[in-house]
Write a protein that binds this ligand. Structure first.
Ligand code: HEM
Length: 273
């Protein structure tokens, strides 16, 4: 046998197996359930609607009708949860036992035992589940969640309460809280403000370090109502505080507040509004 003949035989064998694979695949991809459904008894929505309670509970799920009367007492929830779907198209309930969570394959298996027919309209045509395409992420989200998701996707800060810190081994403590409303600061306040043993929040006018507290407060007053990007002004303290000098070290304080705010933003929303 020449090399060409061997190559030719290998090629023919390869094509034959490819053909077999393709045909087997084509056969198996046609849903055998579709054909089997033609043998099921046709049941109209009107007939279905007559079985809407515990004494007789039928449900249409993905185009098929099930008499689940005997199963209702065994269902692992309060009976009301399943009874409200009797006598009607129940695909939505079946596919969303909790929002977005369908029943398990085990439950699918159980369901088969209660199959009694296929759902048809008055002309005898199959009825598709009207709710099949409602299971999208967007429709499961509440408007508030939807808004949050969109802001997160755009890289915008989410509205809510934030808390963040700048700390240095317990020596320096700047602990800040604020709310964001539509990306703007409100309710800015220090929860703790300390340097070594000096608790600035406990200081009173006349105390040596009281001007430092005034300065810290001015920083927050300057930010109140501003968009988040306003924190960059703190790098230039003369734009923010009245009294910038070596003693009060305004530049450095601004940097600590920026750090605490950025820490809060990195942590994410502490509580929703
Ligand atoms: C269409 C209306 C129905 C609703 C709203 C519904 C709802 C629920 C809920 C809330 C749970 C418990 C939560 C959970 O396991 O995560 C559950 C579990 C379950 N349900 Fe249903 N159910 C329905 C119909 C049925 C039917 C007709 C069957 C069976 C014939 C069934 C079988 C099961 C099983 C076996 C479980 C245990 C969890 C699982 O395997 O998914 N349910 N269902």
């Amino acid at each position: 046998m020449t090399i060409q003949k061997i190559a030719y035989s290998v090629f023919v064998a390869f094509m034959a197996s490819l053909f077999t694979l393709v045909s087997v695949n084509a056969l198996s991809s046609s849903d055998p359930d579709d054909a089997a459904d033609d043998d099921l008894d046709p049941i109209t929505l009107e007939e279905l609607a007559e079985h809407d309670g515990a004494e007789s509970c039928w449900k249409a799920i993905h185009g098929r009708v099930y008499d689940v009367t005997d199963y209702v007492p065994d269902h692992p929830t309060e009976e009301d949860v399943v009874l409200e779907w009797c006598g009607r198209e129940a695909t939505e309930g079946w596919d969303n036992k909790r929002p977005g969570v369908p029943h398990s394959p085990r439950a699918e298996g159980l369901l088969e035992a209660y199959l009694i027919g296929r759902l048809v309209d008055e002309e005898g045509e199959p009825v598709e589940a009207a709710t099949e395409d409602t299971d999208t992420v967007a429709e499961r989200l509440s408007p508030a969640e939807d808004e949050r998701l969109h802001r997160a996707m755009l890289g915008l800060p989410l509205d809510g309460r934030y808390r963040g810190v700048f700390i240095d081994r317990g020596v320096i403590q700047v602990n800040i809280t604020f709310d964001l409303e539509d990306g703007h600061f409100t309710g800015l306040a220090y929860r703790h403000l300390a340097y070594r043993d000096d608790d600035y929040l406990a200081m009173e006018e006349g105390d040596d370090l009281y001007p430092v507290l005034v300065q810290y407060r001015q920083i927050l007053e300057r930010l109140e109502g501003q968009p988040v990007t306003a924190i960059f002004a703190l790098y230039e303290p003369e734009r923010v505080v009245d009294d910038v000098d070596g003693y009060t070290g305004a530049t450095l304080r601004g940097a600590k507040v920026i750090s605490a705010i950025r820490d809060a933003l990195n942590r994410g929303v502490y509580a929703w509004p």
